[in-house]
Write a protein that binds this ligand. Structure first.
Ligand code: T3D
Length: 259
């Protein structure tokens, strides 16, 4: 699709691979633009029901390409974050399909943020996370300060963000940063099999569930209960709900169509 990003679609599963292995898949402007466009286009593709994000070679993503950052014409950082990074994070969060980060190696800086923004994270034994921002005098961005406390709690988030130590795969699993760790050669098989399972789910219910989970940290129980009632009202009218009931009655797997 573009130098630095590959898109492969196999059945209902799309795999986006950051593909600048020599620079540990560091993010350049063309890659960021392509990633945003690909995510936005997948979001409206009804045939795609689950998305995997991964990296080529030994890294998931080393964050901002620092060579590009040193170019004299590099935009101010706030502009770059607002106009290039934030839309990618919003695209991941707002798309109805579940997004799995298959973290195959180091995830640093905004590369770690990308993984954090995904709905599910599975990692290879070689994965490691490092909020590298502080090391170069920057603050965590691309949602890292929002996602991290919600995923692993404020105290651990502070440790990662302020001390900046690397978290290896075993530790990431222990603190709930990833849900599974597998040998490197198993990672894409596992990611794909998880994606296929998710893709077999009811797309509307999946999107609404994603929406409810994302709202939960900022609302109280009463708002959550009312929100669930509203979303259930929507899901309850779907053809997929009727199909789910028929499949249960007929003791067969459901065939959800997304309607
Ligand atoms: O626009 C803006 O700037 C605002 C947005 C900011 C968002 C951010 O992401 S800021 C944080 C940027 N990322 C970093 O600071 C991470 C820098 N990289 C590292 O700290 C380390 O490379 C890693 C911990 C990720 C991995 O270490 P290691 O020892 O496994 O690999 P290495 O030897 O350091 O790197 C291998 C190659 O990748 C090397 O190139 P070479 O010498 O073989 O030609 C290295 O320069 C290159 N590389 C690694 N990270 C980046 C990179 N090249 C460009 N940009 C990188 N971020």
């Amino acid at each position: 699709m573009t130098d630095g990003l590959r898109l492969d679609i196999d059945g209902a599963v799309a795999t986006l691979t950051l593909d600048r292995a020599a620079a540990l898949n560091a993010l350049t402007v063309p890659v960021k633009v392509a990633l945003r466009e690909a995510l936005e286009s997948l979001a409206s593709d009804r045939d795609v029901r689950a998305v995997i994000l991964t990296g080529a070679g030994r890294a998931f993503c080393a964050g901002q390409d620092l060579a590009e950052r040193e170019q004299p014409d590099a935009p101010p950082l706030d502009v770059e974050v607002r106009e290039r990074y934030n839309p990618i994070i919003r695209a991941i969060r707002s798309m109805g399909q579940p997004v799995i980060a298959a973290v195959n190696g180091v995830a640093a800086g905004a590369g770690a943020s990308l993984a954090l923004a995904c709905d599910l994270r599975i990692a290879s034994e070689d994965a490691r996370f490092v909020l590298a921002f502080g090391r170069i005098g920057l603050v965590p961005d691309s949602g890292a300060t929002w996602f991290l406390p919600r995923i692993i709690g404020l105290a651990r988030a502070a440790e990662l963000a302020l001390v900046g130590d690397q978290v290896d795969a075993a530790e990431a699993l222990r603190i709930g940063l990833v849900s599974k760790v597998v040998p490197g050669d198993q990672l894409m098989l596992d990611a794909r099999s998880l994606a296929v399972r998710l893709a077999a789910g009811a797309p509307l219910a999946m999107a609404l569930t994603k929406e409810a989970l994302q709202r939960s940290p900022t609302i109280d129980l009463d708002e959550a209960l009312e929100g669930e009632a509203k979303l259930q009202g929507i899901a309850g009218l779907s053809a997929d709900h009727a199909e789910g009931l028929s499949a249960f009655r007929e003791k067969r797997p459901p065939r959800f169509t997304g309607s």
